[in-house]
Structure formats: C-alpha cells, structure tokens
Design a binder for this molecule. Structure first.
Ligand SMILES: Cc1cc2nc3c(=O)[nH]c(=O)nc-3n(C[C@H](O)[C@H](O)[C@H](O)COP(=O)(O)OP(=O)(O)OC[C@H]3O[C@@H](n4cnc5c(N)ncnc54)[C@H](O)[C@@H]3O)c2cc1C
Ligand code: FES
Length: 255
C-alpha cells in the first residue's frame, strides 16, 4: 500500500556525538515511525537560517512504542553542520518515509557496509532480529564505532580496516569471498561508497547470490519530481534514486 508522505515538525529528543563529526539525532515522529521500512530515508529541513533545500538522511533506528526515529549522520557541509548544532527541544521538519527499502524475506542475509553506509542498514539489521550477519569496513579501528550499535541486533560481525588496526587488513571485498564460501547467505545488502558496492556486486554475481545496493545521489525534492537524482540503469532506462530507490537490485545499476 502506498501511503501519503508526511512532513512533520519533529522535536529533537537527543543529539549525541558518536565519533568525531558523527552524530545520532533522535526525534519524535510517531506517524513516520509507524510507517518506516528498512532502507527508506527522510528529507530534513531546518526551520531557521537560509536553508532552502532539504538534506536526505537514512532512517537508522525506529522505536514504534516511543514514536521515535533516529538518524546517524556525518558533518560534511553547511547543512549537516547546522543539524549538529540543534539541541534537545528544538524542531526539525521531517519529510518521509521516502523511497523503496530492502527486501525483507531473506532468511540469512549478509549486510556489507562502509563508512556512513552503515547507518541506513542498521534498521535492516534490527528488523532481521539476529538473522543477519554484518561485514563492516573502515579506514581505521576508530571508524568502526559501529560495532557497538550492531552488537545488540546482529549475528556475527566481521570487520576490515585499510590499515589492519581492527579485523582483517584490507577492504570489505578482501574478506567477502571467504565469508560467502563459509556461510549460506541468501541475500547481500550493501551500502557505502559506490566503488565498494560495485566490488560487492561483482563478487555476489560470481557466487550466484542476490545483492541489493542502496545508492546515494544529490537530491532536490526527494519525491520524484525534479529529476536531480536520475541515473541510467543497465538496461538503458532512466530511474530516480529518490523514488525508484534508493535500494536497487545490484544488476539493475551495476553492469
Ligand atoms: C538517500 C540518501 C540517504 C543518505 N543517508 C545518509 C545518512 O544516513 N548519513 C549521512 O551522514 N549521510 C547520508 N546521506 C548523505 C547526506 O545527504 C549528505 O551528506 C548531506 O546532504 C550533505 O549536506 P551538507 O549541507 O552538510 O553538505 P553540502 O555542503 O551540501 O555538501 C558537502 C559535501 O557533501 C557531499 N554531498 C552532498 N550531498 C550528498 C549526497 N546526497 N550524497 C553524497 N554526498 C553528498 C558533497 O559532494 C560535498 O562534498 C544520504 C544521502 C542520500 C541521497
Ligand atoms: S530528488 Fe527530485 S526527482 Fe529525485
């Protein structure tokens, strides 16, 4: 069922710095909390200052009982800097939930995430209630603060770091072939830098395992109207990341 999109003024209940320049914002938005599906996102708008465009951010956590949703975001520019300066009790406008999320029918999925890509897949991990394992990659051990967020909601956690300071030295693509050999995964869900997702998609194809990827594009409306997030798919069709995605079958977007 396609439900109407909601734009609500949501009160900020907490802001916490999880790591350098990475924040978790919890807001009160019961109607969005009751509709949100893993992989969907929202568009946030500040009610003060001169910000016209909304900023897209994945829904990282949902507590339906409390009516709250949370976002985990990195400060990269003016908009995210302004979000990080909001304090408890202030209000942010939240439009969502937007887009299409992950397939929820897998029995034993593997989540592969790199950097801030680990944020939207956290909700997928929680929804899988321990059936999902996760392979997370970062440059250094410090970037894998995600482990403590995933521990309560996932099965096994595998880590890779570029410098070998935590887990296997290398990239997520270094360890993935061994994990696919040793475990009977029926779906890979990937979110992170595009180069990582392309590599994951290629390895999944070689092992005959279905793979879904969550794409990021610069967005305007978030509703399929402005075309700013259009992409070419492998069969030559144009699709909009905000409306047709952000989650796609990997073969649809990576040759
Ligand atoms: C569907 C979707 C979900 C997202 N979920 C998250 C999330 O959960 N956590 C998170 O930290 N970020 C997420 N992002 C990225 C986030 O939207 C951008 O970092 C943010 O809009 C930047 O705004 P700004 O004003 O701070 O930066 P700007 O001043 O607009 O830009 C600063 C830098 O960020 C880059 N940037 C801007 N917009 C995007 C974008 N859409 N994607 C990638 N890079 C961008 C720019 O190229 C520039 O280098 C998501 C993006 C999309 C499309
Ligand atoms: S952001 Fe406007 S069409 Fe996707």
């Amino acid at each position: 069922m396609i439900l109407p999109k909601l734009a609500v003024d949501a009160v900020i209940l907490s802001q916490q710095e999880l790591a350098a320049d990475v924040f978790r914002m919890v807001v009160e938005a019961p109607a969005i909390a009751s509709q949100a599906e893993p992989g969907q996102f929202v568009q946030l708008r500040l009610l003060t200052g001169s910000f016209v465009l909304r900023r897209p951010v994945g829904i990282a956590e949902v507590d339906e009982k409390k009516g709250t949703i949370s976002f985990i975001y990195r400060v990269v520019g003016k908009g995210t800097k302004a979000f990080s300066e909001l304090v408890n009790g202030e209000v942010v406008n939240v439009l969502g939930p937007l887009g299409h999320g992950f397939d929820m029918t897998a029995h034993h999925p593997l989540i592969v995430g790199g950097g801030m890509g680990l944020s939207p897949v956290l909700l997928y991990a929680a929804a899988m209630q321990g059936r999902a394992d996760v392979l997370m990659g970062g440059k250094t051990a410090d970037e894998l603060f995600w482990e403590k967020l995933y521990q309560p909601v996932t099965g096994q956690i595998f880590c890779t770091t570029d410098d070998g300071s935590r887990g296997t030295k290398g990239f997520t693509t270094t360890l993935l072939p061994k994990l696919l050999q040793d475990n009977a995964y029926d779906l890979i869900v990937a979110c992170g830098p595009e180069i990582m997702m392309k590599g994951i998609a290629r390895i999944a194809r070689e092992h005959g395992i279905r793979c879904q990827v969550s794409l990021e594009k610069r967005m305007g409306c978030g509703l399929g109207a402005c075309l700013s997030c259009s992409i070419d798919t492998t069969n030559g069709q144009r699709k909009k990341v905000c409306k047709d995605g952000p989650v796609f079958e990997s073969g649809e977007v990576f040759a």
